[in-house]
Ligand binder design. Sequence first.
Ligand code: FAQ
Length: 311
Amino acid sequence: QEAELQARFDALIEADQRIEPRDWMPDAYRKTLIRQISQHAHSEIIGMQPEGNWISRAPSLKRKAILMAKVQDEAGHGLYLYSAAQTLGISRDEMTEQLITSRARYSSIFNYPTPTWADMGAIGWLVDGAAICNQVPLCRASYGPYGRAMVRICKEESFHQRQGFEILLELSQGTPEQHAMAQESVDRWYWPALMMFGPPDDESPNSAQSMAWKIKRFSNDELRQRFVGMLVPQAEVLGLTLPDPNLRWNEERQAWDMSEIDWTEFNEVLAGRGPANAQRIQHRRDAHEEGAWVREAAAAYAEKQAARERV
Ligand code: FAQ
């Protein structure tokens, strides 16, 4: 029986069909998806903090309205992804508990601070840009609810990236001080953005299996290369420099040559020792505790409604 189910699952994957919540799936496939989707959801939720830091200080009403809408989109993406993970049999409470007790991962990028307004531009351009590169192929992920969630999320990320680009363009073409602020921010965010794609292929323990299951369609290094290729012409339009003196197209390899990424920094951030890890988790924990009364009120209301329907 098990062998037959496995064979049917393998055939669906082979034929590029979707696996849906009620379908049989190997335990390891379910586990991997819960891991990736919940990490992804947590990233969106924690990812609200670096930009949330600037909502009350945005330089104009227009910028404030745009930034608020973007941060709200991120909340929406997080909830959407938690729902996708729930179809695999984990509860939202469990996932939240794992996050606030530091047992779950979220993207390394959100452990960096946002000291200047230009950081809103760099996050949109580089962080959302990296997110798009990584997530467009995930629209074809073999697990239905995840792939479908990605379609809508990618559309919104594209808007986010354009708004970041536009912030940087305006600063870059502004006063010398504004130009310098934009460049300084790109200098700080460039390398951490490249780290978002994960460890190099030969040190990525999950890649081979996730690619065989067609959850991932490209390797970490392939996507990183694609991202750099996307940035180079855009940096030119912006009039900003990517902070890597060794960055150049290698015609022979048909790939970008670049400096070595500082993987020690990446590993430190993953180990919880990045510049803002403690602050991010503390903030999320406080928000969870302060929101307890809202959850209790909602549960009491739902209970009352259900009781009313029973009579
Ligand atoms: N940060 O074997 P692999 C956004 C972990 S975009 C932290 O290569 P895998 C939008 C990895 O989990 C950001 N941990 O793993 C936004 C694994 O540890 P584990 C979110 C990382 O899964 C923009 C270990 O290293 N996007 O939120 C990172 O095959 C602006 C070994 O790595 C996603 O999550 C990292 N950067 O590939 C929001 C996309 N990289 O779990 C607000 C979906 C690796 O075994 C503002 N996820 N690790 O303990 C993915 O595509 C994949 O999970 C990868 C990692 C590519 C991230």
